[in-house]
Design a protein around this ligand. Structure first.
Ligand code: GLY
Length: 370
């Protein structure tokens, strides 16, 4: 195998797999599919933005390697993570006579990966899945770890499954054509890993903001591989989010999901809502005397340096609180938050007084994008 390829194993015994990271891998996807499975029929699922670009490259490479390939396209955007689009995809699989000898290949960002993954998990009770993430957010988070699913109109990611891929192929070069807003949104999840698990990584990010904005290939490969290592460690030790370890990846996400739900999934990119959610969570931690102002300032300053929004002021606080009640992290009606204690460390905290959550939500700040 090429020495320029970074391999990150996800050790889950019979469900284990490799994450391959390397420039130009998109054009070699077939070799990774063939390494992971002997199947000779592939369904590439992608979105309308990638149909004639990245997905086409993957489909051509598969065909050249002797793998029969069908290409299915969903509309780009979070609103495609719906029951209606899921049902359409099931129908299309039936139409093209997909069966248990078919491998699903998700080429796209988090929406495509989550939806195609759920199609793979459910069609004929399970098809193998290869994730080919093409956004930074999907490369560092959603393509790894097997969480797949759809949104309900009132609750993000509420219906789904754990369905591990049989391989993940990451080509950092695809990030060069990603729109600035999407790239920056992915940086929120990158920064999140530093805050929750790795203060040295956080400091490295602070020291390389210029290279990060320039999408320097070396820094991107370092960032993606470190995030994948951290995620692999979490998933290996708490695959189904039962011990509390995997829950730390949800730092900022209880707030984030409320922002996305209340705005109908159409206003914020997921990473933008994560960024604002991380600030709410840090403020909440400060109100509970769990973290000092210096930590909050460093988090805010790095988010801002990466051009991410850090607050939103025009949403109805009560509607946000109501949306939080539908979050999967609610247990017996009680909200549970992932809160920092210092850079690189977070804890799960139960029984947070609702009034403090309200205050964390309504703290003054700038609008997204400013
Ligand atoms: N994105 C959070 C998780 O995979 O658990």
């Amino acid at each position: 195998m090429d020495t320029d390829i970074i391999r990150v194993p996800v050790d889950l015994s019979d469900r284990g797999y490799e994450i391959y990271i390397g420039s130009g891998l998109l054009r070699k996807t077939a070799s990774f599919v063939q390494a992971a499975t002997e199947l000779t029929h592939a369904v590439v699922i992608t979105d309308s933005n990638l149909k004639t670009t990245h997905a086409q490259i993957v489909a051509e490479n598969l065909a050249q390697s002797g793998i029969t390939c069908d290409l299915l396209t969903i509309p780009a955007g979070e609103s495609s993570k719906s029951l209606r689009i899921l049902e359409e995809l099931w129908g299309e699989l039936l139409e093209i006579k997909a069966d248990r000898r078919t491998v699903v290949i998700a080429v796209g960002g988090g929406v495509v990966g989550d939806l195609a993954g759920f199609v793979a998990a459910t069609y004929t009770r399970g098809l193998p899945l290869i994730q080919v993430p093409t956004t930074l957010l999907a490369q560092v988070d959603s393509s790894v770890g097997g969480k797949v699913g759809i949104n309900l109109p009132r609750a993000k990611n509420m219906v789904g499954s754990f369905w591990q891929p049989t391989g993940v192929v990451i080509d950092p070069l695809v990030l060069h054509t990603l729109p600035d807003r999407e790239y920056q949104a992915g940086l929120a999840e990158v920064i999140k890993y530093g805050v929750i698990m790795d203060d040295e990584f956080f400091t490295m990010l602070e020291n390389h903001v210029a290279e990060i904005h320039a999408r320097d290939p070396e820094i991107l490969a370092n960032i993606i591989s470190r995030c994948c290592q951290l995620k692999a460690h979490v998933v290996e030790n708490d695959e189904r989010e039962t011990t509390g370890l995997r829950a730390i990846l949800n730092y900022g996400h209880t707030f984030c999901h409320a922002f996305e739900t209340v705005t109908g999934y159409g206003r914020f990119l997921h990473g933008e809502a994560v960024s604002i959610g991380m600030m709410c969570a840090a403020r909440l931690a400060a109100m509970l005397d769990r973290v000092d102002e210096a930590m909050i300032a460093r988090q805010e300053s790095l988010l801002r340096a990466c051009k991410l929004p850090v607050a939103v002021s025009d949403l109805d606080t009560e509607a946000l609180l109501e949306a939080m009640q539908h979050d999967k992290k609610v247990e017996h009606g009680k909200l549970r938050f992932v809160l920092p204690i210092k850079l690189g460390h977070v804890e799960l905290v139960n029984d947070v007084p609702l009034e403090l959550v309200r205050q964390a939500l309504s703290a003054p700040g700038t609008s997204p994008g400013s």
